[in-house]
Design a protein. Sequence first.
Length: 218
Amino acid sequence: MIAVDRPPAVKRPPQQDRAHLTRGRLLDVAGELLAEVGIERVSTNMIAARAGLTPPALYRYFGDKYAVLEALGRRLMERQNDVLEGWLARHAPAGIAAMAGHIGDLLAENAAVTRAEPGAVWILRALHASPRLVHVRLESHRHVTDRLTDACAAHLVAPDRPALWSRLRLAVELGFAADEMLYEEDRVSQAAVLADVAAMLRFALLDLIDPPPACGRG
């Protein structure tokens, strides 16, 4: 058997408008196929055929299936991060209590943007299941934690940043885990779950304030 050189798995996103649109189309198609056939069955040939391209044309953008999955994961995480930045811009300047009072908005907006992503549930499963993709989810959750830590530390006197980061990292994981659970668990109400998680995260944020307020907003 003759070995065939393959393009590297990770490539820089193209800068040209047409190439950018083609890359986005490939990701949309890949997300749709993930929802139809799952992680194991989806292939670069399948993605190229659905997009109306040849496999060599696809390899101009992605070196293999896992490069496509990584790009899907990064696009979803970037869209979730955009939600976070908008929420921080609206509420962080008013302090920790204001952020705590509107944490439910963040959860709901994040859930909405995730559900709008083609194949989101399978993208999330891939980010958990594949050792080649775990770093995408980890980097994103750490980024969210960094941003929340900065926002909260700005309103605290001499904050213990490592302890603050650790607490918020757990809060971030709880929020994302609850949302992902709702893709599979049909015996609970989405609204009720998000409300319960919002209450937990609200308490965690209000507990940072010294002295904490008597109660948080509903």
